[in-house]
Write a protein that binds this ligand. Structure first.
Ligand SMILES: Cc1ncc(COP(=O)(O)O)c(C=O)c1O
Length: 471
């Protein structure tokens, strides 16, 4: 009855002490006759590592988990021990700082009470898809058919679907670094990464000059604005130059009967632009880009709703049947109650405006507090500089500390700087290396969704004291 040849015999002894009492079951109910311990099952002679290597495919072998979540886990453990840490690591919101719009809370409750708990259509509820369509026309000036909107559980499934549908194994996928998660999608698709390191001079955004010599053979160009991890955003001119390049390349490829370069434009932070910064997209700056642009978007960041899992792709009409098919098979659908509440919110511009009047102000206050604090330190001669925030929930800060010493300990790497900030100043941050940058640069991402302005000021005081200790 049991697969004794595959599972260690020691794990198969029925555990009568923990077996559930039988008396409470009716004769027709499924019930265990014993508890079988599978918590450490392995075939004879295998270790966990060898079995994982044998049982799973070669793609799985190099697949790593998120470095950011690893760092965040370390901080949670420190906090659990009672250490005061200003946690600026994960790109998420703490509900103690940022709530979703009240109308979403009410809408989800009402949908559940009304029994909206069955499968949604695989591509999304018609009213939610239409609400996204209407939002794009109303606020971005982009008119699509509702059919172009493919819903998913957050932005990740639309990203996964885009990569899976555009990129053949071995194709080139081009993106800037630092950037969020692109290397993982490259790995999943078997693509060849063309990862171009950007720098502070271009706000860590790709430039047309950088892309031009690398475009040969590229099938997917991944752009994100406002940018995670840097909090910077493309200007119309910067983006227009890139689009001109793509349009020229695609005309050349069409004439040669070759596949075009497609652009995945991840704009999950587009509603969170600050000050003078305007959001632009490939299609808004060059309408001829419409057939080549796949938008990826979500409510996750704009409405502090990362846990509700509502996202979407907006795709050129010719590509929708394949997206629908893939999303349908993936089953990564947004939950029906959250979709209904999203539809109502997106169709209510004044509710969105009211929400953002406080939410965006609160994000900006935190980013500005950090930026001003670090700028003041720079003026005092401390080895730090930060970039003015333009969008998203992130600030880029450079610590010019490589080669400096704390006591008799030399700071040699970004990891040393990260550990210094955590241990000496109780500040949890993520080095740009977690976003694909190979060399140590001193640049760190500060994410503000989980902290108050007061925690930030206290953290800044601690950093100032710590930086003064360097020699
Ligand atoms: C640029 C970017 N795109 C997509 C996502 C994923 O969003 P979601 O939580 O909706 O899957 C993130 C999350 O951090 C992000 O930073």
């Amino acid at each position: 009855m049991w697969a004794v040849t595959l599972v260690r015999a020691s794990t198969l002894v029925p555990d009568t002490t923990t077996a559930p009492a039988q008396a409470n079951y009716s004769s027709t109910e499924v019930r265990p006759v014993a508890t079988i311990d599978c918590t450490s099952c392995l075939p004879e002679g295998e270790t966990e590592e060898s079995f994982s290597r044998n049982a799973l495919n070669s793609m799985s072998q190099g697949l790593g988990g998120s470095q950011i979540l690893k760092i965040a886990g370390e901080i949670k453990a420190l906090q659990a021990q009672g250490t005061e840490v200003c946690n600026l690591t994960v790109g998420d919101f703490s509900p103690t700082q940022f709530r979703i719009p009240d109308s979403m809370t009410d809408g989800i409750g009402q949908a559940l009470a009304a029994g909206q708990t069955n499968y949604p259509p695989a591509v999304g509820l018609p009213e939610t898809r239409k609400a996204v369509r209407d939002l794009y026309e109303r606020d971005l000036g982009l008119r699509y058919k509702t059919d172009s909107v493919i819903m998913g559980s957050g932005a990740r499934p639309p990203i996964f679907a885009t990569v899976a549908l555009v990129v053949e194994p071995g194709d080139k996928m081009l993106f800037g670094i630092p950037s969020w998660n692109n290397p993982y999608y490259v790995h999943l698709s078997g693509a060849q990464a063309i990862a171009l390191a950007t720098d502070a001079a271009s706000n860590f955004l790709l430039t047309a000059d950088q892309i031009a010599p690398q475009l040969e053979g590229v099938t997917l160009l991944c752009l994100n604005s406002p940018l995670n991890p840097c909090g910077t955003a493309y200007s119309a001119q910067q983006l227009g130059e890139i689009c001109d390049l793509i349009l020229t390349e695609n005309r050349r490829r069409a004439a040669a009967g070759k596949r075009p370069v497609m652009v995945m434009y991840d704009q999950v932070y587009w509603m969170l632009c600050f000050g003078e910064t305007q959001h632009h997209s490939p299609v808004s700056v060059r309408p001829e880009m419409a057939p080549y642009t796949i938008f990826v978007d979500a409510i996750s960041k704009s409405f502090a709703a990362t846990g509700l899992r509502v996202g979407w792709a907006v795709v050129p009409p010719a590509l929708t049947p394949r997206f629908k098919a893939l999303i349908g098979h993936m089953g990564a659908w947004a939950p029906r109650p959250a979709q209904l509440a999203t539809a109502a919110l997106l169709q209510d511009p004044s509710a969105i405006r009211r929400y953002h009047a406080s939410m965006k102000t609160a994000v900006e206050a935190r980013l500005n507090a950090l930026h001003q604090g670090f700028s003041a330190m720079a003026e005092e001669g401390l080895p730090v500089r930060s970039m003015a925030p333009q969008g998203a929930i992130y600030l880029s800060v450079k610590f010019d500390m490589l080669g400096r010493n704390l006591g008799n300990q030399r700071i040699n790497s970004d990891e040393d700087i990260r550990a210094f900030l955590l241990n000496e100043a109780g500040l949890g941050v993520v080095p740009f290396q977690a976003f694909g940058l190979e060399q140590d640069s001193g640049w760190m991402r500060f994410s503000v969704g989980a902290v108050s302005v007061e925690e930030i000021s206290a953290g800044l005081d601690r950093v100032r004291t710590a930086l003064r200790k360097l020699n």
